[in-house]
Design a protein around this ligand. Structure first.
Ligand SMILES: [Zn+2]
Length: 422
């Protein structure tokens, strides 16, 4: 989103936030457990009342179950409602509030790891909250507004003072980044872990000193080996987890004892089947976003797994901790001249909005890729060319072939993946 539009969006978000009686996030990070629960319950009741009055799916579901908004007073009561997921909500107007226009919604797409984009509505209020939480997370690493951040992203992470494209990172490209970071008065890095690790590897190989105050990793799972490398070469990792679909947010503080769950933004349930899992067990991250009124996400099952902890963090915040998060992982494609970040490359192709149901990139060898496409009727050779151009721009020597399939094969674990390494 361009700067001007974003500023307007955030201003509008601030107004909507005050209208619903949103809290002061600087203060709520220090609120007691009880205060946080009261806040969640108040915002939950507000959301449920709205969903019952305005969202066809939730109105019908609650009526069928003989429920009224008075029956959902706290997080425990949420169990009276069914869980939903991407597949149910995709292209389904039943989940959109009849009065969504009042919240100035706009549609965004999340790539995720399933090979199909998921379009949903967010509002300035959702964007505003996401920004506030992110900045609160940054502040835990000592960031202040005057500090400049270099962001390594394929475009999904819209925030940073210096944006560096991580779709494809050759040594030559990274040499250019070193120069721009040095000239850019940068004190923090931010980006997807695989891209930061690729950059750290390069910096280490070249023997350069590029260490900054801290590194904000986000949007995919941070592996211990990557964390170690990034800590050593670029700065201490402060990992963050979050998504706009479902409003989940969890950030590490400077004690690194886990990820603090933003109880003041969303309600987290860890589930398996229809049940909640006990503390210490792995469960599916299931979220209720307290701030999306255009398309309420209530008991929304994500694709991520996490483990909750009952330990209190030494920092003194009552925001509870996750001890482990198993989020999106990225497959990296190494060709003779560059390193592609699989997810970012896939998101880049998704952004072309081509007439296809799904696609997958398969690495056949160091210089050969195959693109499996489950096409729609409108598909033509010009669309093949658009994908070719998008990839060859980064590595003109690659050989690319297309295969048209009826279905994108899943991995043995039953997961769909955009990118399959050789
Ligand atoms: Zn802490």
């Amino acid at each position: 989103m361009p700067g001007m539009k974003r500023a307007l969006f955030l201003m509008l978000g601030g107004v909507q936030f005050r209208n619903i009686g949103g809290p002061n996030f600087d203060k709520t990070q220090w609120a007691s457990e009880k205060e946080l629960e009261q806040l969640q319950n108040r915002l939950l009741q507000r959301l449920i009342t709205h969903a019952y009055s305005n969202v066809p799916f939730w109105r019908r579901t609650m009526r069928e179950r003989g429920l009224t908004p008075e029956d959902i007073k706290n997080t425990k009561d949420l169990e009276k409602l069914p869980m939903v997921d991407k597949e149910m909500m995709r292209d389904n107007p039943q989940f959109i509030a009849k009065n969504s226009w009042r919240y100035f919604p706009h549609r965004i797409y999340s790539g995720g790891s399933t090979g199909r984009a998921f379009g949903y509505l967010i509002t300035p209020l959702v964007t505003y909250c996401g920004r506030e939480y992110m900045e609160r997370g940054f502040s835990w690493a000592g960031w202040e507004r005057k500090d400049r951040i270099a962001t390594l992203t394929g475009g999904g992470l819209g925030v940073g003072d210096l944006m560096l494209d991580c779709v494809s990172m050759s040594d030559k490209v990274m040499g250019g980044y070193v120069k721009r970071i040095r000239e850019g008065n940068i004190s923090f890095y931010r980006g997807v872990p695989t891209a930061l690790a690729t950059f750290a590897e390069y910096v280490k190989k070249e023997g350069l000193d590029m260490k900054k105050k801290a590194v904000f990793t986000t949007s995919e799972m941070l592996f211990p080996t990557h964390r170690k490398l990034i800590n050593e070469v670029l700065g201490t990792c402060f990992d963050g987890y979050g998504a706009s679909d479902g409003g989940s947010s969890a950030y590490e503080c400077d004690r690194h004892q886990g990820w603090h769950i933003a109880k003041d933004r969303f309600i987290l349930e860890l589930t398996k089947g229809e049940e909640l899992v006990p503390v210490g067990d792995e469960g599916i991250v299931t979220c209720t976003d307290l701030y999306n009124y255009a398309m309420p996400f209530i008991r929304y099952r994500s694709n991520d797994l996490a483990v909750a902890s009952d330990m209190l963090c030494e920092c003194g915040r009552s925001l509870p901790l996750l001890s482990r998060i198993k989020g999106r992982t990225t497959d990296v494609i190494r060709t003779d001249s560059t390193v592609f970040n699989g997810t970012e490359l896939a998101n880049h192709i998704l952004g072309l909005e081509l007439p296809m149901v799904a696609f997958q990139i398969v690495q056949k060898s160091r210089d050969e890729l195959r693109i499996n496409v489950h096409k729609k009727e409108q598909w033509g050779s010009e669309h093949e060319k658009m994908i070719m151009d998008a990839i060859l721009r980064y590595d003109p020597a690659l050989v690319i072939e297309f295969e048209y399939v009826e279905k994108i094969a899943k991995t043995p674990a039953g997961k769909s993946r955009y990118v399959v390494g050789s």
